[in-house]
Every structure is written in C-alpha cells, then in structure tokens.
Design a protein around this ligand. Structure first.
Ligand code: GAR
Length: 224
C-alpha cells in the first residue's frame, strides 16, 4: 500500500473541490492526507469545511503585504513549515510568483475551469458563452510560472447546451472537478503521474496531450 502523501490545499472560497478531496481521502480512495488548508480569504467557507474535518487551517490575507513577492515569500515560509509532499490549488485566486512555483515544481497542481490552453484567467464561463463556443471544460495542470500555463494532466470536456448560463456551466464544471481532481491527486500520490521537463508522464509514458474525458465518462467513473 502507498503511504499517504501529505497534502496542503490552498483556497480562496467555497472549497467544494477541497471537500471532494477530503471525502475521497477519508473514504480511502486516494493515498492522500490533507494536512493543512491555507486561505488568503479569512471568510472563505472552505476554512469551515477544513475545521469540520479536523484539518489545521492557516489564513494569509494579502493585506499588509507590500507586493506579490513579499506575500509569496510568507506563503512559501508557511509551506516550508508544513512541509507537505504535495500542494493543491483549489480555487486559490492568486497568481504565484516564480521562486515559490519553482520550489514546488512537479508537486503543485491547479484546477482551472477551461479547456487549456484556451481561456486562461478569470470569468471563463462568461467568456466561453460570449464567444459562442460549443465545448467547454476544466483542466488539472502542474503549476509553472506561466499563469494557467503548466503542463496539463487531465481535462473534463462538456458540450454547451442551449440555455446554459454561467451558473449552469459552473455547476456542471464543478461536478466534473469533484471527480477529476481527487483522481489526479491519487495518480500523483501513487507516483503514476510525474512532470518530466515540461511534459507529463503517466505510467512511464510521455503524454502528447492531456487525458481528455467527456462529461458522461467522468460522471460514470469511480476511479480515483
Ligand atoms: C473551481 O471551479 C475552480 O475551477 C476555479 O474556482 C472554483 C473554486 O471552487 N478556479 C479558478 O478559477 C482558478 N483560476 P471551490 O472553492 O468550490 O472548489
């Protein structure tokens, strides 16, 4: 059996992805132990989720930090103190700078609600609808210094339906993230997935592109 990887999760908001990770770990589906939850937002509901699960929390508000570099040094010091094996950004709405990202290279994942490399940045559901796209989705990728630009491991893809709104897309996307994020963390914790240079290796094979599954497939999957 793989000993659990100690995971720190960074959040800014509701923490539904955090909850999915906590639940998958506590059901024993993935060899992961969430050891700390860090939020830049003192009111983030995800902090309550962590407390309910008995997980230590830290708040690092950006207030009082002169700039991004100073903030990231403080965040880096907290992470060094916690010393997790892996770090998951789960709705953490800050851009991280080079040295911190470099320190965690290959061990830090992010979930971004678009089919990367399309629609980096904010308000992806709105922008996808405005552009009249027929497909949308969400991606799990290794974090690099380029915003939403690191190698993508897996994607969940959905067909936009007539009548979809930002809210409905958000609900559909999050349901997929709740399957996909724990699953990918499980692969990383088991050593099945690695970052090699700027590429992703899965089970010893370099990926030419992300593993893409459609909505129905992720919803059917019980894999973690
Ligand atoms: C998630 O849907 C994630 O894709 C998005 O924030 C949401 C957080 O939800 N992330 C980004 O937009 C990152 N740029 P949660 O707090 O309920 O997990």
């Amino acid at each position: 059996m793989t000993p659990p990887s100690r995971l720190a999760v960074l959040i800014s908001g509701g923490g539904t992805n955090l909850q999915a990770i906590i639940d998958a770990a506590s059901r024993g589906e993935i060899p992961v132990e969430v050891v700390s939850v860090i939020s830049d937002q003192p009111e983030a509901y995800g902090l309550r989720r962590a407390e309910k699960a008995g997980i230590a929390t830290r708040i690092l508000s950006a207030r009082g930090y002169a700039d991004r570099d100073v903030y990231d040094r403080a965040l880096g010091a907290i992470l060094d103190e916690i010393d997790p094996d892996l770090v998951a950004l789960a709705g953490f709405m800050r851009i991280l700078t080079g040295p911190l990202v470099q320190r965690w290279r290959g061990r830090m994942l992010n979930v971004h609600p678009s089919l990367l490399p399309g629609y980096r940045g904010l308000h992806t559901h709105r922008r996808v609808l405005e552009a009249g796209e027929s497909l949308h989705g969400t991606s799990i990728h290794f974090v690099t210094a380029e915003l939403d630009g690191g190698p993508v491991i897996a994607q969940a893809r959905l067909k936009i339906r007539p009548g979809d709104t930002e809210d409905s897309l958000n609900r559909r996307i999050q349901a997929l993230e709740h399957r996909m994020y724990p699953a990918v963390l499980g692969w990383l914790a088991r050593g099945r997935v690695r970052m090699v240079g700027d590429h992703v290796e899965i089970d010893g094979r370099l990926l030419e592109g992300p593993l893409v599954r459609d909505e129905e497939e992720w919803l059917r999957s019980s894999e973690a």
